[in-house]
Design a protein around this ligand. Structure first.
Ligand SMILES: [Zn+2]
Length: 262
């Protein structure tokens, strides 16, 4: 599933479409239109508008039109969505979905004046498109998360630490792989109640969120963590060789080291 790093790649890819004016909108897949949007409304709201900014909040990609005078197009990528600008897909080697150029997987598209297009390709169809999505419903963005924001996100919550970090209303952008990798690096048990971290642990977690995201960005995505190769039954901790524990936390399969994650 694409996480914050993949959506940041998509955002950089979408920059290539900025300055272009929308000639036509292909929005025939009603399932893919969210927030009460229908195809006719999408067409009339977007045709003739120019894309002027590509922003991101967590896993939500936001395309501004007409310098903020037009609607904001919100793109969510679900499990297997990817962004195609003209004929090039961002992240050609993305492991989450097939990169076959299969027109049946195009769920939404913009054609630009003078040629070229932007498409949402999504085999499993779990992403979606909306206009003027509620950005404030999302927590602060994971890539720029401050220590103070992390402290506020953990708060007095008795939820497991991992579930709290993945709660998009608290922190936007962290998913299953990144959260396991960060907690493994920080030496923190994903099952700990979020409010039980002391100040030193919160600081350590913050450092590892920043450094871990930075490292995995350099390597090429959420699936490039040190823990990745051991995410299977019988996997062992890459630090100390201890058999990893495998649990369901926050509804997701979670790998952690019972020895060094406390
Ligand atoms: Zn370990």
């Amino acid at each position: 599933m694409p996480e914050i790093l993949e959506i940041e790649y998509y955002r950089l890819h979408a920059v290539e479409a900025l300055g272009r004016t929308i000639a036509d909108v292909h929005a025939d897949d009603a399932w893919y239109l969210k927030g009460g949007l229908d195809g006719a409304t999408a067409r009339s709201a977007l045709a003739g508008r120019t894309l002027t900014a590509a922003r991101r909040r967590g896993k939500l990609l936001l395309l501004d039109t007409d310098e903020g005078e037009g609607p904001v197009l919100g793109l969510r990528f679900g499990m297997t969505g990817r962004l195609v600008v003209d004929h090039a897909a961002a992240l050609d080697d993305l492991i989450y979905g097939s990169n076959r150029d299969e027109p049946a997987w195009d769920r939404f598209a913009l054609d630009f004046v003078g040629g070229g297009h932007l498409r949402m390709r999504d085999p499993r169809r779990l992403g979606g498109v909306s206009l003027d999505p509620d950005e404030e419903a999302l927590g602060p963005d994971g890539l720029t998360l401050t220590l103070r924001q992390l402290r506020a996100a953990l708060g007095k919550s008795t939820a497991p630490l991992k579930a709290r970090l993945m709660d998009q209303h608290r922190i936007a952008g962290l998913g299953n792989l990144l959260t396991d990798e960060i907690l493994w690096r920080a030496g923190l048990d994903p099952q700990r109640e979020a409010h039980r971290l002391d100040d030193e642990e919160i600081r350590r977690l913050h450092r590892h969120i920043r450094a871990g995201l930075d490292r995995l960005w350099q390597r090429g995505g959420s699936h490039t963590g040190d823990l990745q190769a051991e995410r299977h039954r019988g996997g062992v901790c890459p630090k100390d060789g201890t058999p990893l524990s495998r649990r369901t936390i926050g509804g997701r399969t979670t790998y952690s080291c019972p020895l060094h994650q406390g």
